[in-house]
Design a protein around this ligand. Structure first.
Ligand code: DGL
Length: 275
């Protein structure tokens, strides 16, 4: 895959909505010189309950949009789109595209001592079995237990992190996986890192939690360095972060301001159906 273009060109990051900001946050933390163009598909969220064909179609439209911003690489921050669309879209575009599943899976394979890994994610991610497939392609001896936790996304988006109902739902979803033999668990959905402390407290110290958002930022760093495309920041004093959504810009901005380390000034609405 060629990586032509300028080192100062932005990284394109996309997600079904606000959740991908957990990935942007990690990229900003670990690659502070990179410019970022983010697209959140707020008109069509959630992806977690949609079919593979629909998600591939959405991903193609978003990648076409991001390419108009001259991005040098694209990160699919959405676990669902990474699981269901990455393999289909990767060969279609002449820009490197990485997802969150492979980095998350690799970290879990490296971490597990007893070769038992748990995955939590949306219905679509779990039904795709993609995490299991990738993990077992890396080490066929690893046994994987996957569990869909669809209510975690609305709980996070409604700001219910500290609400008692969230604790109950964590226990409801995670009880069986906690009682299994896993020693490592992947937070296989963009929103789950925002519940990390609660999930960690429930699962206990015995279980190592993998955050694919962090692992993906590390993979992006390696990719840019390997292709000599990392922005060293000498051309611009500050990195530029631009945010686009397909609907409800103000709601996105309010949520973004609770997740990001700075105030998100403006968010632009794009008619993604045009791409
Ligand atoms: N971004 C999605 C994911 O990581 C969660 C929200 C959705 O279902 O669209 O799987």
């Amino acid at each position: 895959m060629s990586m032509e273009g300028k080192k100062t060109a932005p990284i394109g990051v996309f997600d079904s909505g606000v959740g991908g900001l957990t990935v942007v946050r990690e990229i900003i933390r670990h690659l502070p010189n990179e410019n970022i163009v983010y697209f959140g598909d707020t008109a069509r969220v959630p992806y977690g309950s949609k079919s593979q064909n629909t998600i591939i179609h959405f991903a193609e439209q978003i990648i076409r949009f991001l390419k108009t911003k001259e991005v040098k690489a694209i990160v699919i921050a959405c676990n669902t789109a990474s699981a269901l669309a990455l393999d289909a879209v990767r060969g279609e575009f002449d820009v490197p595209i990485i997802g969150v599943v492979v980095p998350g899976a690799r970290a879990a394979v490296e971490e597990t001592k007893n070769l038992h890994v748990g995955i939590v994610g949306t219905d679509a991610t779990v039904q795709s079995g993609m995490y299991t497939k990738v993990i077992q392609s890396m080490n066929p001896r690893v046994q994987v237990a996957e569990k869909a936790c669809p209510l975690f996304v609305p709980l996070v988006e409604e700001g219910f992190k500290e609400h008692p109902v969230t604790q109950e739902i964590i226990e409801y979803y995670l009880e069986s996986i906690k009682q299994s033999d896993i020693d490592t668990m992947i937070l296989g959905c963009t929103h789950y890192p925002l519940l990390r402390s609660k999930i960690k407290a429930y699962m206990g110290d015995r279980i190592h939690i993998v955050n694919p958002a962090y692992e993906t930022a590390m993979d992006l760093k390696a990719l840019l360095e390997e292709h000599d495309m990392a922005n060293d920041g000498t051309d611009e004093p500050h990195s530029i972060y631009r945010f686009y959504v397909s609907d409800a810009a103000e709601k996105f901005r309010r949520f973004a301001n609770t997740v990001m380390p700075f105030d998100v000034p403006t968010t632009n609405v794009v008619n993604i159906e045009e791409y």
